[in-house]
Design a protein around this ligand. Structure first.
Ligand code: CTP
Length: 877
């Protein structure tokens, strides 16, 4: 396990560098080595849903084999990890911008650059590796750089820091947020000016809003008046403030607003300045005829005109509110949240709010199998509510102060009319786009970043045969003529990226799939089947089949139930799928033919060999995905991404597999055994404790593993023989898997999974394998081999070989020769010698066959002669 840590009392550069390092080392887990600064604490209380940083107590130290340290290189500053970094079997990688060489950590790999902030170094690496970032991340990285360089003022600042900030602004870094969290220190002159301003405070209330105004004459120009405005803003709790600083014949006005109803950008535009809603400035050339006090009046007059009605809670709240009663079970609440995409529900009794329950609360009890319990036992009872006319500032304060994610909106009369959540606030701060990318969705929490990437893979399309390529192009043109977007999805794009051709052709149409299928089958001929209830169609041509669907959103009303379906975009259609590697699409419309559309970085995961779920409820929606995950992991020799691995374990612990019917369960096993690497598939079933769902007696041990590996060897051996056999290879893996069961267990297994007679016989025969092996070893002649093996099916014989390959000669002899041995003499010859039919016929003919098997007779004459001899011997007895 890899972890990313920074120094104790982590500041913004530390936190930002951790998050940036995580982008470079996505497998690593972020851990705080101790406390954070107050500012970071305040920030984390609002954004902890977006940045997962664990505590040292969440971590099993024994699992750690690599530590990535950022923004420090000193062991003494990393608290509980200080001993670990000195251990030989733990690799240490350091990213830091602090020079100097006191007590370096032995054997650590150090990447040290003389820049103003560690975040700068890491942003540069993210940039040069072509890794994308969200505006949220860009904002945090900018905060890191601004903090450590005093907003690019400190002497330590380098041009790289400024360039990094420039890049971050291009990536959507939000300076209003930076500003909200940054701490500054002042030089002497600034401090003097600051004191002067403080003394000048003038407070006024306009339309109910508190406005503070500060003013001072300066003898010389003092930079960064905006920093002073920021400090004043921290000290005073007004809704907005203005600083007026006059020097020479210039007046500088800086405005700060803490409330969206006061747009200081608009206000200062009047004076020829500009900025944002919450931070702006203007510089005015003045003559001396106006005193500062007059300017002050003018500013206030403009503010008065520009104040807008505030955005109130009632403007952003969600309504109506889903409520439940205290007796609703956790499971029902869970399903309701899933169905409606909420992350919390209000609990009401007799029209009164008695509690609130969140997805987090439910996730906690999931571990203990308590989903049947009523919510009243687990809900939060101290419900903090807010009034519809409260400001957003109040919402934010309540959320931070009480560490809660949602506030029911209640009127003065006590009526519940809405709910406002942390996400609603984030939506306002970061804009709709970013918000949508990270929102709670129908499938639970998204595990992936959403960013559309397109790659031209038309060169890979050359791998498929010309006829199919022509057909796909034709389908693309047909979609163009109907004005639909057409994609091929699922296994085909996944395997094509891997350079393999998959013959499953799953097409999805952004538009009307059925109409498209109708038109396409008119054009191509073939047979058309339409499934109106699923909105899908199949066009069957002579040698191939096209599955056609309309892009859709699915949601699962209950665990393991069939999904309900609504139309959606291609992005939504891909998002409902299981793993990132299966959520790729290739567009077929003419203008974009051969473009790989990748919203969830599936291509990257294919390259890295990672199986990553798209959303955290995926396995509850459809537990068969557990088996699909194992199948892909074994087929491509991939690993599970860490979060995904946890979700697999979690879902399995919660027994979701129990929800599958035994038919489906067996089918999933069969598919795994038929896939490319059945041995790893079974070992994964064992590793995740799933074998017992098939039979409590099944064991995966060293011996079974050897036998499973022998299956391939025996199959190769068989292919080298020149004989024709027909059987299903996966059955051999199954026989090996269950061969340790006793008779009763095999019968139970067969009953539970309703397996067919032939398969049942094979499993039962396997019980006698050791006996057969012994007999074969003792066989004195060919006929003994023949009479033993002739009653067995090919699978049985192969199982004997799997167990004991030293029988190879005997079985080869039987398969190639003995099984075809026939005698030419028959009852006719015996009758011709004057005998009437009776049991003796069988006995003597068998004797002749034995002689032939053992090579004692060969030709018809020899057979006949031997037959006569046998009859004569019987006569004389
Ligand atoms: N899919 C899913 N969840 C499932 C089954 C399928 O999300 N339980 C989606 C995946 O996007 C998958 C696509 O549907 O790629 C097509 O499914 P299918 O043809 O069954 O599987 P493939 O991924 O093509 O796998 P294989 O190569 O084994 O056929």
């Amino acid at each position: 396990m890899e972890i990313i840590i920074s120094h104790q009392r982590t500041d913004f550069d530390g936190l930002a560098a951790m998050v940036a390092a995580k982008k470079l080392h996505p497998e690593a887990v972020m851990v705080f080595s101790g406390k954070t600064t107050n500012n970071v604490k305040r920030y984390m209380s609002l954004y902890k849903d977006r940045i997962t940083v664990k505590k040292p107590s969440d971590i099993d130290y024994k699992q750690i084999n690599r530590i990535i340290m950022v923004d420090t290189r000193v062991a003494a500053r990393i608290g509980p990890f200080s001993d670990l970094v000195e251990e030989n079997d733990v690799d240490v990688l350091i990213y830091d911008h602090h020079l100097g060489r006191n007590n370096p950590i032995q054997n650590a790999e150090e990447i040290i650059e003389p820049v103003g902030a560690t975040s700068t170094m890491l942003v540069d690496k993210i940039y040069s590796q072509g890794i994308d970032m969200t505006s949220f991340e860009a904002t945090l990285f900018a905060l890191g750089i601004y903090e450590d360089t005093g907003c690019l003022i400190y002497e330590s600042t380098t041009s790289e820091d400024a360039r990094a900030v420039g890049y971050l602004l291009d990536q959507g870094a939000n300076l209003e947020i930076v500003e909200e969290y940054i701490e500054y220190s002042l030089n002497r002159k600034q401090q003097e000016l600051f004191n002067k301003l403080l003394d000048s405070i003038h407070q006024i209330s306009i339309k109910g809003y508190e406005i503070d105004i500060f003013q001072a004459e300066m003898e010389e120009y003092i930079p960064d008046v905006s920093l002073l405005a920021h400090k004043l803003n921290e000290l005073h709790d007004a809704d907005a403030l203005f600083v007026l600083a006059k020097y020479n014949q210039k007046l500088l006005i800086v405005g700060r607003s803490n409330d969206d109803s006061i747009n200081v950008g608009e206000t200062l535009k009047y004076f020829g300045g500009g900025g944002h809603n919450r931070a702006a400035s203007a510089t005015i050339k003045t003559s001396d005829e106006w005193e500062l006090i007059e300017w002050q009046e003018k500013v206030l007059q403009v503010v008065k005109e520009k104040i807008n009605p505030a955005i109130l809670v009632e403007d952003i709240m969600s309504t109506p509110v889903e409520t439940i009663t205290p007796d609703t079970t956790m499971r029902e609440a869970d399903q309701m949240m899933l169905r409606h995409g909420h992350s919390g529900l209000v609990v009401e009794k007799d029209n009164e709010i008695v509690g609130i329950i969140s997805r987090r609360d439910i996730d906690k009890v999931r571990n203990y199998d308590l989903l049947h319990a009523p919510v009243k036992g687990y809900m939060r009872r101290e419900v903090v509510t807010i009034e519809p006319n409260a400001s957003l500032k109040e919402v934010q304060e309540a959320i931070v102060e009480h560490d809660i994610g949602r506030l029911p909106v209640v009127t003065a009369e006590g009526e519940l009319i809405g709910i406002v959540t942390r996400s609603d606030l984030l939506k306002l701060f970061y804009g709709t786009d970013d918000y949508l990318k990270n929102r709670q969705n129908l499938y639970g929490r998204s595990l992936v970043q959403v960013q559309e990437k397109r790659y031209d893979i038309s060169d890979k399309l050359e791998l498929i045969d010309e006829q199919l390529l022509a057909l796909l192009k034709k389908a693309g043109r047909m979609a163009d003529s109907l004005d639909f977007d057409l994609y091929i999805v699922g296994g085909f794009p996944r395997d094509l990226v891997l350079g393999q051709v998959n013959h499953d052709l799953d097409l999805v149409v952004e538009g009307d799939g059925i109409e498209f299928a109708r038109e396409l089958s008119k054009e191509l001929g073939g047979h058309l089947d339409i499934y109106h209830e699923f909105g899908t169609a199949v066009v069957s041509l002579e040698d191939l089949k096209l599955d056609i669907a309309t892009t859709r959103v699915e949601y699962y009303p209950q665990v393991a139930s069939l999904p309900e379906v609504e139309h959606g975009s291609i992005q939504q259609d891909l998002f409902r799928r299981d793993f990132t590697i299966n959520a790729l699409a290739i567009q077929l419309n003419q203008a974009s033919f051969g473009q790989l559309v990748d919203y969830f970085s599936g291509k990257k995961d294919l390259e890295k060999g990672l199986i990553r779920l798209l959303h955290n409820f995926s396995l509850y929606d459809d537990p068969t995905r557990i088996f699909r995950g194992f199948r892909f992991a074994s087929r491509y020799d991939y690993n599970f991404e860490e979060n995904t691995e946890d979700l697999f374990k979690h879902a399995i612990e919660l027994d979701v597999i129990e929800k599958l019917s035994s038919d489906r369960l067996f089918n999933k096993l069969e598919l795994g055994l038929k896939d490319r690497n059945p041995v790893r598939f079974i070992s994964l079933l064992d590793e995740y404790n799933i074998l017992s769902y098939f039979s409590p007696g099944i064991e995966w041990n060293h011996e079974t593993e050897i036998l499973e590996n022998n299956v391939t060897k025996v199959l190769d051996w068989l292919h080298d023989l020149e004989i024709v056999t027909s059987f299903e290879e996966w059955v051999l893996y199954l026989i090996v898997l269950v061969h340790g069961l006793n008779e009763t267990e095999i019968k139970d297994f067969a009953n539970k999974f309703n397996i067919n007679k032939n398969l049942f016989d094979r499993l039962m025969t396997s019980l006698k394998a050791d006996k057969y092996i012994r007999i074969l070893h003792d066989a004195e002649d060919n006929s003994a081999i023949y009479y033993l093996l002739q009653g067995l099916a090919i699978e049985d014989m192969l199982f004997l070989l799997i167990k004991d390959f030293s029988l190879e000669e005997e079985i080869k002899l039987y398969l190639e020769k003995l099984q075809w041995t026939d005698i030419e003499v028959s009852g006719e010859e015996i009758i011709a010698l004057g005998y009437s039919p009776g049991p003796i016929f069988r006995e003597v003919l068998d004797e002749v066959r034995k002689a032939k098997l053992n090579g004692e007779v060969e030709t018809y004459e020899e057979e006949k002669e031997y037959l006569e001899q046998l009859l004569a011997e019987r006569e004389s007895e």
